[in-house]
Design a protein around this ligand. Sequence first.
Ligand code: PLP
Length: 396
Amino acid sequence: MNTETIRQMFDEYVVPTYSRSLALSHGHGSRVWDVEGKSYLDFGGGVAVNSLGHTPECLRRALEEQAAKLIHCSNLYYHEPQGLLARELVELTGPGKVFFCNSGAEANEALFKLARRFGDPDGRYEIITAQRSFHGRTLAGISATGQEKVKTGFGPLMPGFKHIPYNDFHALVGAITPQTVAVMLEGIQGEGGIYPADPEYLVKVRQLAKERNILLLWDGIQCGFFRTGRFMSYQTLLEDFPGGEGFLPDGIAMAKSLGGGFPIGAAWMAKPYADLLQPGSHGTTYGGTPLACAVALAVLHEVREKRLDANIRERGRQLKAGLSALMPSGKIEEVRGCGGMIGAAVAGSHLEAAARLREAGLLVVPAGTNVLRFLLPLNASEAEVEEALELVKNAL
Ligand SMILES: *Cc1c(COP(=O)(O)O)cnc(C)c1O
């Protein structure tokens, strides 16, 4: 089928919640092809999901091997892949336990429920999040999200969420009430436009949360999974920052790159809180299926074996330097982020800029009000980043 025929099916039969462009047919590594056979360098990465690029060998092998053994069994039973994945995630994060689900919004939902359960004995339920944040599209997710555009027309929203300016410690202190039970932050705001947290802010928030007995919840869905060069972005942001050693949130939401393209989400909960959700208190049918967990394990092993954490740190530096070099032209106003999560604020419409890049053969994702997001795969090569920079230079 050609693009036009496929588009007509969508127009007629698919709920139009997205503005779509290309009709894609297949992909390999950092490249995808549309149904007309034109190829694109994919630095949108399925919005921070395709951490190993398209159709990676290790992921296909894990899918095939696990599919021949056990694809799904309910959470009424134990199975090895979920246990192994939980152990890996705890070893990578810190003492605690993991709840498995299927998406980012559900991972956040598990943390919201954890916070409510935690605060229930003393009537605390309020969760503070940041302006410009993004926490998912469920009702709790849009209530938590600090952007009006996701809420419009869906009221009444879930009570108990309030938003404060990001990176403003005094605003947080002022927002805490006797009902406050948690604060949730992204390490690098993704949908909001690639805004990293200040190291000093993070250290102060951690300290304050401890003092006031409120949970520090971390939305690591987009910035996690080695995207910034370390497992979680706070490790990158706080590297060599005095007082940043040992920084650990009380709960972390994971999804996106965790499955490298296969749907899986997870909520890590720190040890003191890891047993608050007991049998019957929370669950989801598909959470942590053998297939999903086997794939996530394969992704983690590939990152470790191929040292992709080191690679993406280098690629991020290369991309950032290249984009920054275009700033004197006036087309790019600012470059933020690191590793496989770089934002370039552009002059003029970022949507038009993204469309021009697409025409030229480079896929990126618009974010915020004026930002082009580069969410490249962790295994992108030096030559591919050079190619992307060349395309940006010519297209803008
Ligand atoms: C994508 C995203 C979510 C929502 O994840 P879904 O899998 O789409 O539900 C939540 N928080 C952040 C920071 C995200 O980037």
